[in-house]
Design a protein around this ligand. Structure first.
Ligand SMILES: Nc1ncnc2c1ncn2[C@@H]1O[C@H](COP(=O)(O)OP(=O)(O)OP(=O)(O)O)[C@@H](O)[C@H]1O
Length: 392
């Protein structure tokens, strides 16, 4: 969708901002450009909407060489969001949002309706905020208006230059989550500039790590974190890249242990047999609808069977499960949930809330190792045998 072919930008004073840049952003993909200040990220982005012209090479958007497309026509295909938002101070939020439809000559009623729809989409109630002026908004709200405005004419491409750079970390994280949710619905082709590696990793389908004027590595976040291409990239992503990688590695069924399961209404002797057969010290307890209820300890069951003539059913001795997560959650969420509940393992459920298995600290470690190994060999994670890791 966006293709750079050997692009160099040399400014009139001789500064080479980027050199020999070649990469491609696929349709519907979100690519983050990340790197230290002055490495050429903004120059790269501004060449896509022709605010800056390349000195050498060419850029194609949807197959068209953009040097042959009128800048005004080109920019209609692209929403542009910048850190300073660039909202017009004397126009209301609604009018700001409707800027591009206005330029395109849409009738007033239609563009106002579109602006309301967009404000809603970015989480601002148009009835509350529509008639306010930019200075009557918080920084985070202004950024949302910036995003709404960029989306107003439904362009296939979004260019975002540090759009969440000016807000505090908590608001930024919130805006990032909202934007990810939006992107999962809209599937825009997005080029996103940031100097924050956490943001790049969190948002990007792929990330381009810039050195001075060139891309040092262009890959999926997990790969950049797990197998940095050079000491420079390793240094840039940080010594804690293993921890960062946890946040971009999802839990998969193959990562899970399958402990014995028993039902609330099962008799205790039956539950004891199940656990003994599997050599397990505990079992997961399901309710009558086969949904997760909790867990029961083998020691408690055995003690009960020894000491009472009428030991009862599993439901009398089971404990509620508090730590659980859906499949696809990140290993970081899993680790954090374990810590929060002081739990040695957590249950994992599928989309239909059915119990799939449990993640233990050992399995979490194995999943991380396996995902690094899978990336290095460019195979699916399921194809990496767990034994080879656990035995190593
Ligand atoms: N108009 C210009 N004339 C000369 N040099 C320029 C011009 N604009 C940018 N540069 C230089 O080009 C290099 C790349 O700048 P660019 O703005 O693309 O970096 P960046 O990675 O976006 O940095 P930041 O994160 O600080 O915004 C820098 O050395 C900068 O000083």
């Amino acid at each position: 969708m966006i293709r750079f072919e050997n692009v160099t930008k040399r400014y009139p004073d001789g500064t080479v901002a980027v050199e020999g840049l070649s990469f491609e952003v696929a349709e519907g993909e979100l690519v983050t450009l990340v790197g230290p200040s002055g490495c050429g990220k903004t120059t790269t982005m501004k060449m896509v909407n022709r605010l800056i012209e390349p000195s050498e090479g060419r850029i194609l958007v949807d197959g068209d060489d953009i040097s042959r497309v009128e800048p005004v026509e080109l920019r209609r295909r692209m929403g542009y969001v910048i850190q300073q938002t660039g909202l017009f101070p004397h126009r209301t939020v609604l009018d700001n949002t409707a800027t591009v439809p206005h330029l395109l000559g849409w009738p007033k009623a239609r563009r106002r309706e579109r602006a309301r729809e967009l404000l809603d989409l970015v989480g601002l109630d148009p009835a509350v905020f529509g008639d306010r002026y930019p200075e009557q908004l918080s920084g985070g709200q202004r950024q949302r208006v910036g995003v709404a405005r960029a989306l107003a004419a439904d362009p296939p491409v979004l260019l975002m230059d540090e759009p969440f750079g000016a807000v505090d970390p908590v608001v930024r994280e919130h805006l990032q989550s909202e934007f990810l949710r939006l992107q999962s619905r809209l599937h825009k082709t997005v080029l996103f500039v940031t100097h924050d590696i956490e943001e790049a990793v969190r948002l990007g389908d792929r990330i381009a790590v810039y050195g001075e004027g060139r891309i040092e590595q262009f890959d999926r976040p997990a790969t950049v974190l797990g197998a940095p291409a050079s000491p420079y990239v390793a240094d840039f992503v940080g010594a804690d890249r293993g921890l960062k990688r946890l946040s971009v590695t999802p839990i998969e069924p193959a990562d899970l242990e399958e402990p014995p399961t028993v039902h609330l209404s099962d008799r205790l002797d039956k539950a004891a047999e199940r656990m003994a057969a599997g050599g397990a010290r505990w079992a997961v307890v399901l309710d009558d609808a086969d949904e997760l209820h909790g867990w029961v300890s083998a020691a408690v069951v055995e003690e009960r069977l020894r000491s009472s003539p009428d030991p009862g059913i599993v439901g009398d001795h089971s404990r509620r499960m508090e730590a659980w997560l859906p499949l696809g959650s990140s290993l970081k969420q899993a680790f954090s949930t374990m810590l929060q509940h002081d739990a040695g393992w957590i249950a994992v459920l599928d989309e239909a809330d059915r119990f799939v298995g449990v993640l233990t600290p050992a399995k979490l470690h194995a999943a991380l190792r396996r995902s690094v190994d899978a990336d290095a060999r460019d195979v699916a994670r399921q194809e990496v045998r767990l034994e080879s890791i656990e035995g190593s």
